[in-house]
Structures are given as structure tokens and as C-alpha cells.
Design a protein around this ligand. Sequence first.
Ligand SMILES: O=C(O)CCC(=O)C(=O)O
Ligand SMILES: [Fe+2]
Length: 286
Amino acid sequence: MSAYKRITVSPVSGALGAEVSGVDLANLDDETFDELYRAWLAHQVIFLRDQSITPEQQVAFAERFGDIHYHPFMKGLDKHPEILEIVRQPGDSYTFGDVWHTDQMFTPTPAKATMLYALETPDAGGDTMFTNLYLGHDTLSEPMRDMLKNVKTWNSGNSPNRSDGRARLDRYGGNAQMSAKLKDPGNQITETAHPIIRTHPETGKKALYIGNHTQSLEGFADAEAKPLIDFLMSHATRPDFTCRFRWAPGSMAIWDNRCTQHLALADQITGQRRMHRITITGDKPV
Ligand SMILES: O=C(O)CCC(=O)C(=O)O
Ligand SMILES: [Fe+2]
């Protein structure tokens, strides 16, 4: 018997991710939302197709997940500051989110969820990949997990060692529409330590909480931390821990940043790609 009465849930890979049908975001009742939320916790990222919603409807849907998070470095739409519009054109040399990461890991309370709604998509290119950080944790050896038990990462929003050492303004130069949205974070905190093994507050499962914002490991010498971070990042993003989503206009992806990483593929796109993104505030990782 299916665990769901209103929705149909079809996994897209052996690792994580499921397409969910039977949901109309323009007309969503509480029972359907409860099933969708359960599917989201179980599959870590869910994908909806053929949705047609206004910015107001997207904001209302997002608020069912929690409070809206505002990106410290990026401006939202003038009329809808909750929504960050992500745009890429053929020929742009910068792709927003083009390295494996988990959203806003550099803040004390990183994003719980991110939802991306596709308005314009190229015929080919511009897919998004996701990886399962529960698997990243569970497949480490016992001695490695033991060693990491009390280790903390140090994460930065604006000096990623791991993006050629270039700060945001410099990196975003290859995409005029994204660099125009950059803003000064003011006095918001953009560097934070977090436990590298985190317990998901809703599922109780342990995840390997690491991403490209991770610069170092607290108390470790750089010569010790770098190879360890390199190993853990390549382990966490093993192809068999991932799934890949191909967008079409009206597609929506909602991912759980507490147990996944994602990456926007910086491949060739045949036409403009334009998405509406909202993030939800999360808890302090423990
Ligand atoms: O555009 C995408 O596919 C994802 C970009 C990203 O990293 C994000 O929206 O958090
Ligand atoms: Fe992201």
C-alpha cells in the first residue's frame, strides 16, 4: 500500500530525489502539503512539473516550510524581495552555484530549504545535480566517523579557497545579470563554525555536513585540513550518491540543505535560463 493518498512519488535515482505528481501549487490543500512535506523529508529533494504560479503564490508556498531567508550577498526582486531571480545567458562565463555546496552554510543558521522555480529553460544544458549527505556519512569507515565526531568546519561566504580564491565580485564578473544583484552584507555574519557531522532536526539521521564554503577545520593545521576536506568533498559527491534534474518551464525543485549538497552545471546552454529562488531559514546545526 502506498504511503501517500494524494500524491505519487517516483524516485529519480538510487541515492536521493523523487518526482512528485498530483500537486497543483496554485491550489494546494493542507493534506496534500503534509504528504509533499513527508516525501521531501524522505527523498531530500523533490521535483514537481508543469506548475504555473505567481510570485505571491510561490512566497505563500515557501512560508509553509518556515520563515523566508534573505541572501546576505544577493538582492531579491524589487517587488518581491523574498525572491532571488537567477539568470544565465548563453555565453555567460559565470554560473551561480557552480560548485558543490549547501546553501548559506557560512551563516549561523544556514538555509533549511531552497526552492527553485523555472520560468525559462534552455532546450539543453543547465541541469542541477544533488548529492545525499546521509550516504556521505553512513559510508565512512567507523574510525573516520569516530575521528570526525567532534570536528568543526570553518565556513566563509566570501573568500572561498576552493573557488580559485576569488571573492564574489570577481567571480560574478562573467554574468552581468547576477553581478548586478550583489550587495554588501553589512553587519550580517558570513563566517561560521559548524559540526562536520550534523544530526537532522526532523529525521534524526546523521549527515556529513560539508560544502564548498568550508575553508578549514577548527584547530587543524592547514596541511592536515586540506587533504581531509578534499577527500570528504570527493567522497560526499561520489556519482553513486547523486541525482540530476533536467528542467523545463514550470518545473520546481525543493531541496533540504541539511542533508544534501547541490551544483548548477556550468555546461553550454542553448537559450536563456531564468529561475525564481526562495530559501527558508534553518536551525543552528548540531
Ligand atoms: O541554478 C541552480 O541550478 C542552482 C543554483 C544554486 O546554487 C541555488 O539556487 O542555491
Ligand atoms: Fe545553492
